[in-house]
Structures are given as C-alpha cells and as structure tokens.
Write a protein that binds this ligand. Structure first.
Ligand code: F6R
Length: 366
C-alpha cells in the first residue's frame, strides 16, 4: 500500500506531481487561456459584490491560506484577511453578506474550521470550501466547494493536501481575476502556462532528494533552528517550520526575514542553522541583508533560491535551487525541499515519521 516507499509521507510527497495535474485537471480550458470553475456557483454579479475575503483554517491549511491571500490580492485586488479557525469565532469578526469566507480543510472534519464555517453562515456570508474529502462535513455545509484531487492522505504530516490547496488558490485567484477583469487575458494565460509546468518541475526537485537528505542529516544534530523569508517565502517557511517540528521534534521558528532585527537576532549564535528562502526577485536584495545579519553572528545558512540566481551561493554556506517559475507560483515548488527536509530529519532521529507523537490526523475537538 506504500507502493514501495518506506513511509506514507514519502509516498505522498512523490504523489504531488499527480495531485497538481488532477487538481488542475478539467479546470483549465483547452485554449490554455481560461480557468473553468463550474463548482463555484457564484454569478458574476455576486463575485463583483464581494467586498472582502476571510480565509479561515488550521495548521497547514492555514499556511496554504496565507499564500491564498497574496494570490487573491495580487490577481483579483480584493482585500483578504487570514484567520486561525480557533480564533475566528471569538474575535467578533466583521462578516457581512459581501464577505466571502473561504474555509480550507484537508479532512473537511476539523471541529474548529467547521465551527468557523457555521459562524460565517450565521452572519450571512457566502462560504466557499477548499477540501480534499468529497462529502465531508465542511463540503456539505459550504455554499461552494473546490475539491483538491490529492487523493487520500494517510501520513499525519500534510504534504500533497497543502500543495493541492495552493493549486486551488491559484485557480480561484485566476477565476476571480478573469471575472472581475483585474488582469488582462495575456497575464492570465501566462500564469496558466506556468501552472501547467509545475508537475514536471516538482519531479526535477524530487530527483535531487539526496542533496536534501544530506542537509537534513546535518540539521538533525541540532535542537534549534530558524527559517527566514519575505513575502510568499515567509508563508512557505511557516509551513516548513511546522512540518519540521511536527515530525522531527526539532524546535524551529519561522521569521519574516526583516523582523529578525527586532529582537530575535539575540538568539542567533555560533553554528545555529538558518534556512533562508529567497525566491522573490524583487525582495532578494533585502533578504540578502538579513542573511548577512545572521551570518555575522555565526549562523550556518542554507539558502533556497531560484535556478539562475548566481548571487545566493556567494552569501550562504550551502545552496539548493528550485526551478524558476512565476513569482506567485514559487510556493508550490519551494515547499518541496522543506517537506523532504522534515522527512529526512525525522528519519535521522529515528522517529515514527507517519505517526508523530501527540497528534491525530483529523482533529474533531475544539
Ligand atoms: C500538519 C497538519 C495539520 C492540519 C490541521 C488542519 O501537517 O496536518 O496542521 O493541517 O490540523 O487539518 P484539516 O486540513 O484536515 O482541517
């Protein structure tokens, strides 16, 4: 059932190219210039009436939502807020009939997310669910459902569900943009063309798993480390840090790279590993200054950057390149080495990769 892999997590990491293809599937029209989301029942008038979007979820799904915010704001120019589901209900969120609430849940059974969905509906919002389970509670109660066709996810640590959620956000962002006219047809076609190339690019990263394994074995000897990134890279390192904590039990913190100097630099000492994600061209120079700040304090920096960027190797100790793509799509590639890093670090520490301590796959209590 593990199809020759040692663990479900590794199998599921390797299933991502297929999960991307299946999730995009029939949602891209044959001309390659349009997104077709028949499952979204909102009329163009209803889409035009959306004033704001709330994305609500837990854990890894929340992290996918952070990327979703950037995607929707950049493509469709609608303001988006992210909330952790267990906080949402209790902060009296300002929800109106012009609010689109997007709940994201792999299982579709997470109690906190379901409670947030019900609160949003009670306040009159339209609720769109992104879920991996057809017929789940979240799918049944939402107004619109975008199914991520990742297939069953068995490992407790979510991998292919997260990346399929990213694909769902790309499709939704493009769909809103094409309906609202916030992007011209050529810009939309350009993102779609890049989307289609993602599965092969993921395969190219997976083919370099040995390199990540070596880095993971170095990291597994440490008890503390940091992740840094800016923009969508920050959203991705939050996910990378959660994954590492979850299965390797190594403590890590993910920081917006520019925020380190506001206190956290005090924790950077000789030899501490820092994983710096810098895929965004417009933010690269800024992230490099933050890398220099930690290097000056003795950190050992692993840099993840886009292929073709020759600068990263000059400022960090070790590099790993991911294939180049559209700036909004980099999370669907850059998270892969971080998933592999957690997997191999967990393995090096002798942990039960698929069933980390104290955790359940589906959290049905609030
Ligand atoms: C981490 C992980 C959890 C889940 C969270 C939400 O790897 O799997 O953080 O993402 O419990 O679960 P769903 O998406 O089922 O609502």
């Amino acid at each position: 059932e593990k199809a020759g892999f040692d663990h479900f997590m590794l199998k599921e990491i390797h299933e991502q190219p297929k999960a991307y293809r299946d999730t995009m599937g029939v949602r891209l029209d044959a001309s390659g210039r349009k997104v077709v989301l028949t499952e979204v029942g909102m009329t163009p008038e209803q889409i035009r009436s959306i004033r704001n979007v709330h994305i609500v979820a837990c854990g890894t799904a929340y992290h996918a939502g952070l990327v979703g915010k950037t995607v929707i704001e950049k493509l469709a120019r609608i303001p988006v807020e992210n909330d952790v589901a267990s906080e949402y209900r209790y902060r009296s969120p300002i929800i109106t009939p012009e609010t689109l609430v997007i709940v994201v849940s792999q299982s579709g059974e997470t109690a906190d997310t379901l409670a947030a969905l019900r609160e949003a509906k009670r306040c009159g919002a339209r609720v769109l669910a992104i879920t991996n389970v057809v017929g789940s509670s979240v799918a049944r109660e939402a107004d619109d459902v975008i199914v991520t066709w990742a297939g069953p996810e068995i490992a407790v640590a979510s991998t292919k569900a997260y990346t399929s959620q990213l694909i769902a956000f790309y499709l939704l962002g493009l769909y809103l943009a094409q309906t609202l006219g916030t992007q011209d047809e050529a810009a939309i076609a350009e993102v779609i063309a890049e989307l289609k190339e993602l599965p092969e690019k993921v395969e190219a990263i997976l083919a370099q798993s040995e390199t990540i394994k070596e880095i993971a074995e170095q990291i597994a000897t440490h008890d503390n480390l940091f992740f840094i990134g800016r923009g969508v890279d920050y959203a991705v390192v939050l996910e990378g840090s959660l994954k590492l904590k979850e299965i390797s039990y190594i403590h890590s913190e993910a920081y917006a790279a520019g925020e380190l100097k506001h206190g956290t630099l005090a924790l950077i000492e000789e030899g501490i590993p820092v994983i710096a994600l810098a895929t965004q061209h417009d933010l690269f120079e800024k992230t490099v200054s933050n890398i220099k700040e930690v290097k000056a304090r003795g950190a050992h920096v692993f840099g993840i950057h886009e292929a073709g960027n020759e600068e990263m190797a000059k400022v960090v100790d070790q590099v790993f390149a991911v294939p180049a793509t559209h700036p909004l799509l980099t999370p669907a590639l850059s998270v892969i080495p971080l998933q592999l890093l957690s997997y191999y670090a967990s393995l090096a520490r002798g942990n039960d990769v698929d069933k980390p301590r104290n955790l359940a796959k589906s959290v049905t209590v609030e």
